[in-house]
Design a protein around this ligand. Structure first.
Ligand SMILES: Cc1cc2nc3c(=O)[nH]c(=O)nc-3n(C[C@H](O)[C@H](O)[C@H](O)COP(=O)(O)O)c2cc1C
Length: 313
């Protein structure tokens, strides 16, 4: 399959595995890249030595392009950027902060830059400043979310941007990929689908909870404070939502939420931890290898696109 994204990154299929803090490391990223997509190591919450080691491990495990996700609100962001430049990965995705000051530096090291942007104004700004592509991520996504849906973002942004647009949020099967391509996307970024891979390090208890979850089981916490995070309903989200509604100060909410991603993903505490996952839950019903998932996704994408061509005749 050939799109502006496959050409930009030199990959076979227009599918990026989104950076997922505490879950996506060398094992998952290299498996996705070996299967023809582009894997990403998530640097969020990690120290520089961990990032360096995972990049080196991934290089041992694949000769295909892979990337690193850098959260620009992290206190050690500048050190992480240094390590990523020294280790020279194929591309970075940049979220949660202003990517503009970093674009030139990554380019000097031959690294492609793909910022995650929440609206058209910022999409235009990063495109003007030399970004190679952008990710737009709808509020259906697992993890930190903005205020627009994936469909609204595609409608609002794709026609006005010349660089490749990668669409994320709620895309969990080949029909979603086909829909994004039909809307003019150059590719998709998927997170939740890759949580349920044999290669993902997500704790087995969290994987099991996601397998059992259905469409109405996700909730976005913190939306009223402008810090939306989508995860599965559990004891943690109930407590957080109650506290949020009570008008509790932000520090109290932050205290309750601190460390909860790790608690669910690494320690397997599926009641007091935050199980980050998107809204498209009904199709997340089996654990497979990254390669099998990508093969299934691509077969369904092609079938859906062919059907669309027939309808359009
Ligand atoms: C468990 C989990 C952790 C995530 N962590 C990050 C992160 O560290 N940085 C980031 O930019 N996005 C993060 N995301 C968002 C993903 O990269 C991706 O854009 C999102 O999962 C796409 O929506 P989907 O979950 O519906 O596929 C995370 C998502 C999940 C599910």
């Amino acid at each position: 399959m050939k799109t502006k994204l496959t050409e930009l990154l030199g990959i076979k299929y227009p599918v990026i595995q989104g950076g997922m803090a505490w879950v996506s490391e060398a094992n998952l990223a290299s498996a996705v890249s070996n299967a023809g997509g582009a894997g990403i190591i998530a640097a969020g919450g990690r120290d520089t030595e961990w990032v360096r080691e995972e990049i080196r491990k991934a290089k041992e495990m694949t000769d295909k392009p892979f990337g690193v996700n850098v959260m620009l609100m992290a206190p050690n962001k500048d050190e992480i950027v240094e390590v990523v430049c020294e280790e020279k990965v194929a591309f970075v995705t940049l979220g949660a902060g202003n990517p503009v000051p970093y674009i030139e530096k990554f380019h000097e090291h031959g690294i492609k830059v793909i910022p995650v942007v929440p609206n058209l104004k910022l999409a235009k700004r990063v495109a003007e400043k030399g970004a190679d592509a952008i990710v737009i991520e709808g509020m259906e996504a697992g993890g930190h979310i903005g205020s627009q849906t994936t469909l609204a973002l595609m409608t609002n942004i794709i026609p006005y941007i010349d660089i490749p647009v990668v669409v994320a949020g709620g895309i969990a099967d080949g029909r979603g990929i086909a829909a994004a391509l039909l809307m003019g996307a150059a590719g998709v970024q998927m997170g939740s689908r890759f949580l349920l891979t044999t290669e993902s390090t997500l704790h087995p208890k969290a994987k099991e909870r996601i397998l059992q979850a259905t469409d109405t089981d996700s909730v976005a916490t913190g939306v009223s404070r402008g810090h939306g995070v989508r995860c599965l309903r559990n004891t943690f989200t109930e407590e957080y939502t109650k506290l949020e509604a009570s008008g509790a100060p932000q520090e109290q909410l932050d205290k309750l939420a601190t460390g909860t991603n790790r608690m669910a993903a690494v320690d397997g505490d599926i009641e007091r931890g935050a199980i980050l996952v998107g809204q498209s839950l009904n199709v997340l019903n089996e654990i497979k290898s990254a390669q099998e998932i990508i093969e299934d996704l691509m077969a369904q994408t092609k079938e859906t696109l062919q059907k669309a061509c027939e309808i359009g005749k």
